[in-house]
Design a binder for this molecule. Structure first.
Ligand SMILES: Nc1ncnc2c1ncn2[C@@H]1O[C@H](COP(=O)(O)OP(=O)(O)OP(=O)(O)O)[C@@H](O)[C@H]1O
Ligand SMILES: [Mg+2]
Length: 256
C-alpha cells in the first residue's frame, strides 16, 4: 500500500475545489479535490451523469473548470494558452467514450494520421502501426473503415491510437464499455501492463466486475461530487522497470 499524496508532495494530478458549471442549471463537477501520484492507476466510478467524463475532460482542456484549479505535473491547466492545448493533448493518450475515430479513414489511417500529426516519420508509421494494431488485436481489420467494425473493435482501435506516443498519462473513458467480459479483461490487462511500465492511468468505468477484479484505487463520483476514495494503491515505483518515453511538458505561461 502506498499512502495517498500528502501535503508537501507535488502530486502529478491535482484538482482543488473544482467546479464545472455547464450552465446555470447543470453542474458537471462540484467542489472536487483529488490528488493522483505519478504512476498511479485510478478508476473513476459512479452512476451515469455523475461527472466521470467531465473530470477527464478537465485534464484535456475539452471542458473549462469554472472555479478551482486543475494542475498536471505542477502546471495550472487553467493558465495554459489555447495555442498550447494541442501540444498538451499530444502528450496524453486519450480514449474518448465515443471512440473519436475519423469515419472516412481506414483503421490504419486513423493511427497513421494521429502519428504524423505528432511528428512521427513515415518509416516509424510503417513500423509502429501494425505493431500497435497487433497489440490491441485488430490488425486483421486494418483496412476497414470504422463503420465496418463492431463496437468492441472500434474501442480497440481507439485504445491503439492512444498508445502511439507511449504517453506518460492515459485517460480512458469507459474503455470496456463495448467489450464482452473476456475482451474487457484483455484490454484491462493491457492497461495494467502500461501502468507497470510507469504510465499514469485514469479509467472512467461503469464496469463494476472489472473494477473489482483489478483492485486498484477507486474514486466514486455522485452528482459531480467525490463521495468516496479508497486510496487502494499499487506497488511503489521501485518495482516499475521501464519509464514511458516522454514526460508531460506543459508550456510555461506568461502572465498578461
Ligand atoms: N457539454 C455539456 N453541456 C451541458 N451539460 C453537460 C455537458 N456534458 C455533460 N453535461 C452534464 O454534466 C453532468 C455530468 O456528465 P458526464 O458526462 O461527466 O457524466 P458521466 O459520469 O461521464 O456519465 P456517463 O456514465 O453516462 O458517461 C451530466 O448531468 C451531463 O448531462
Ligand atoms: Mg461519461
Amino acid at each position: 500500500m502506498r499512502p495517498p499524496a500528502t501535503e508537501g508532495d507535488t502530486p502529478y494530478i491535482e484538482f482543488h475545489d473544482v467546479e464545472v458549471a455547464y450552465n446555470d442549471l447543470v453542474s458537471g463537477l462540484r467542489g472536487v479535490s483529488l490528488k493522483v501520484d505519478k504512476g498511479e492507476f485510478l478508476f473513476l466510478c459512479g452512476p451515469t451523469g455523475s461527472g466521470k467524463s467531465t473530470l477527464l475532460k478537465c485534464l484535456t482542456r475539452e471542458v473549462w473548470h469554472t472555479a478551482g484549479t486543475v494542475k498536471l505535473a505542477g502546471r495550472d491547466l487553467g493558465r495554459i494558452p489555447s495555442r498550447d492545448v494541442p501540444l498538451l493533448r499530444r502528450q496524453m493518450g486519450i480514449v474518448p467514450q465515443d471512440f473519436g475515430l475519423l469515419p472516412n479513414k481506414r483503421v490504419w489511417e486513423n493511427l497513421s494520421y494521429a502519428m504524423r500529426a505528432c511528428g512521427h516519420t513515415r518509416r516509424e508509421v510503417r513500423r509502429l502501426v501494425p505493431e500497435i494494431l497487433e497489440r490491441v488485436n485488430v490488425l486483421k481489420r486494418a483496412d476497414a473503415f470504422p463503420r465496418e467494425l463492431s463496437g468492441g473493435e472500434q474501442q480497440r482501435v481507439a485504445i491503439g491510437r492512444a498508445l502511439i506516443n507511449n504517453p506518460p498519462l492515459l485517460l480512458a473513458d469507459e474503455p470496456t464499455g463495448n467489450l464482452d467480459p473476456d475482451q474487457s479483461v484483455e484490454i484491462m490487462e493491457l492497461l495494467v501492463q502500461l501502468n507497470v511500465r510507469g504510465t499514469t492511468i485514469l479509467v472512467a468505468s461503469h464496469d463494476m466486475p472489472i473494477v473489482e477484479r483489478f483492485s486498484q484505487r477507486v474514486v466514486r463520483l455522485d452528482q459531480g461530487r467525490i463521495c468516496s476514495d479508497d486510496c487502494r494503491d499499487e506497488p511503489s515505483n521501485d518495482s516499475r522497470g521501464i519509464e514511458p518515453s516522454a514526460q508531460i511538458v506543459v508550456m510555461e505561461t506568461v502572465d498578461a
